[in-house]
Write a protein that binds this ligand. Structure first.
Ligand code: SF4
Length: 655
């Protein structure tokens, strides 16, 4: 289990794609640049991106020599033409659900602005704090002021940024200190530097500086400590784990480094002679000094950065401009529940409690009849946990519903309900799911997930199913051919580490089963539940925070889960419309009746007509499309809507 409170070390699973190995400069230490060759061909790049997607990493490091448009034989007209090519590489990466991290040398602010939607984070090494190093005397030079201007422009554009220094290229200790202070200054102005690499120079054969000694471990320890002392705590110090002999990186972690950077699945193109060791091995070594090694996104969630353009672009690349919704009705059998989740304002302890309700079959059928008459293709059913709502009850109910409306889709039973049903039956969840599937269960909601990290669950829902229970029920459903949604309920006691870990749990299962149809963001509703009172949480997460998580979810899941849904019940239709700019592509359902969120304090109504949803989507400049529960095209409905309706009885029931 992850241990978030302890010492965490991170890395990013990446893959390197190069624009060209040519370069207009000639740094004395460089093993990357080449005097021959041109732009890397598109078929090579496509094959690399295919491999990157297959290997399951998330980040694609897009690299190049510097200012290559100055080399006439490459036939790049100017910087704009070069950036066009970089954007095209990023686009092709995004189509495959990968996140580009562009590090292609010095660019103008205009180019950075153009790249921003296609590269959620970017990088440029400052290298050092002095202009007159021998390392840069061989050709072209690298001026500190130029590089700082680039980093400053990225800050103005709120681009999450990686920079760093080189140690041992002939600079003095004072040069390193100056470079780190310059980085700290620019970060203070913009808050965009998420990590600073402290990289040791390693002499490479056949380079002008091949005879130099390279940085020593004591020099590196000193540089890491200096970086830690100068940089604000929010800026991670990164060290490359492949460039120091004899596990030197472990000593650098002891000295204050907390990130190992992008571990590229296809090797280090800057230092091709120095491969990384397997992540599992690095994890063991980290553990031996008390650290847990976690994979992270190329974007740090707590950085002050503008993720909207990249999330929006990735959404467009993966699912286009359509926004989907489903015509469905929530039909809940009962709000009487033996569970005790502190954030739930829905449940009543017993049938005698005030506000308790329990619908009989006649009421349930009247509600479904009403929904079908109004064009519903799906019934969503979740209720409290009670001994009477057992396997036989649901099996019988589902059969009766399907007998009457064979094409109606039943989206029912949360993992918690399924676990409880299995417990009542004394059989595994897989067995119950198969029986219910045979009785008509179509898909299951992936609710009850809340935050899939035990230290959070112990606080908010200690009696609810554990993370591994949730994963087990979902896995059993997927294996039985019952697809499910996935959800997160956030904005209470959890932090960003928990939110990312939650998504990792879901992504890993998705990579195993492919059974999740979507990821649904459910911001915590504070008003009417004990958790908010107990922890003094006065407000639900702000719209800005919800948008930020929406963008993170889009960037995190990429092609693994291409459908990201916002909840209009929680956010209001205007909030969902805004989320469509931040990576969301699904509006959820019409619901027609929504009692769980409303009982917990959500302000927004019970029903949104399909036409209203379409109006909100069109107003956001996007194209609406009604979908089936599993994102297919609606070809049939339980009721032919061209036949006029007879007047309906008002649906019965106590809500
Ligand atoms: S280090 Fe970068 S700028 Fe210097 S020669 Fe190599 S590729 Fe070019």
């Amino acid at each position: 289990m992850p241990r978030w409170s302890g010492d965490v070390l991170t890395y990013s699973a990446s893959y390197t794609v190069d624009v060209t190995y040519r370069c207009a400069k000639r740094c004395g230490y460089c093993e990357y640049r080449s005097d021959s060759g041109g732009l890397i061909a598109w078929d090579v790049i496509d094959a690399q991106l295919d491999e990157a997607a297959r290997l399951g990493g998330r980040e694609v490091l897009v690299m190049s020599g510097e200012q290559v448009w100055l080399l006439p034989d490459l036939e790049l007209r100017d910087e704009t033409a070069f950036v066009d090519r970089v954007i095209e590489i990023c686009r092709r990466a995004m189509w495959r659900g990968l996140l580009p991290h562009v590090n292609v040398g010095l660019l103008t602010g205009e180019s950075l602005a153009r790249l921003k939607p296609y590269s959620p984070s970017m990088g440029l090494m400052l290298e050092t704090g002095s202009d007159d190093l021998r390392a840069h005397a061989h050709g072209g030079g690298k001026r500190v002021a130029d590089r700082l201007r680039h980093i400053e422009d990225a800050g103005r554009l709120r681009i999450p940024f990686t920079t760093g220094i080189l140690v041992g290229i002939g600079e003095r200790r004072a040069d390193r200190e100056r470079a780190l202070r310059l980085i700290a200054d620019v970060h203070q102005r913009h808050g965009h530097v998420q990590e600073v690499i402290v990289q040791n120079f390693v002499p490479k054969p056949a380079t002008p500086m091949q005879d130099l000694p390279g940085a020593t471990l004591p020099e590196m320890i000193d540089a890491v400590q200096m970086a830690r002392a100068i940089l604000p705590a929010s800026v991670a110090v990164q060290v490359p784990p492949n460039l120091l002999a004899a596990d030197g990186w472990v000593e650098l972690v002891r000295a204050g480094a907390r990130d190992l950077g992008g571990v590229s699945a296809n090797g280090d193109s800057v230092s091709p002679s120095l491969p990384w060791e397997p992540v599992a091995r690095m994890r063991e070594k980290a553990a031996s000094i008390g650290f847990v090694l976690h994979e992270r996104l190329p974007v740090y969630p707590d950085i002050d950065a503008d993720l909207q353009p990249a999330a929006d672009e990735l959404r467009r690349a993966l699912v286009g401009d359509e926004v989907t919704y489903v015509v469905c009705r929530n039909v809940n059998i009962s709000n009487v529940c033996v569970g005790s989740c502190s954030f739930c304002g829905f449940m009543r302890r017993s049938h005698d409690a005030g506000g308790a309700w329990h619908h009989d079959h006649a009421t349930v059928f009247a509600k479904i009849e009403d929904a079908v008459a109004r064009g519903a293709t799906e019934i969503c059913m979740q209720s409290g946990l009670q001994p009477s709502l057992d396997l036989e009850y649901y099996e019988d109910l589902f059969r009766r519903i399907k007998d009457r409306w064979p094409t109606l889709h039943l989206h029912a039973l949360s993992p918690e309900e399924m676990r409880y049903i299995a417990e009542l039956a004394g059989r595994p969840a897989a067995y119950c799911i198969e029986r219910l599937r045979d009785a008509g269960l179509g898909t299951m909601p992936g609710t009850a997930a809340e935050i899939l990290v035990e230290e959070v669950r112990r606080v908010i829902c200690p009696e609810k199913l554990t993370t591994s229970d949730w994963v087990d029920v979902m896995r059993a459903a997927h294996r039985a051919g019952v697809r499910t949604t996935s959800t997160v309920m956030f904005g209470h006691v959890e932090n960003w580490d928990h939110r990312i870990e939650h998504m990792r749990v879901i992504r890993d299962l998705q990579r195993e089963t492919g059974g999740f149809t979507e990821f649904v963001l459910l911001p915590f509703q504070v008003e009417r539940n004990a958790l908010g009172r107990h922890y003094g949480i006065r407000r639900s997460p702000s719209l800005q925070e919800v948008m930020r998580y929406t963008a993170m979810a889009r960037l995190y899941f990429g092609a693994d889960i291409p459908n990201i849904q916002s909840s209009w019940v929680k956010l209001g239709p205007d909030g969902v419309a805004e989320s469509l700019r931040w990576g969301a592509n699904d509006f959820g359902g019409t619901l027609m009746e929504e009692s769980i969120s409303r009982a917990s304090g959500a302000d927004h109504g019970q029903n949104l007509e399909a036409l209203e949803i379409e109006g909100w989507i069109r107003a956001a400049g996007r194209t609406p499309r009604e979908r089936t529960t599993t994102y297919g095209v609606v070809t049939q409905r339980p009721r032919d809507l061209t036949v006029p309706l007879r007047p309906l009885p008002v649906a019965g029931g106590g809500q």
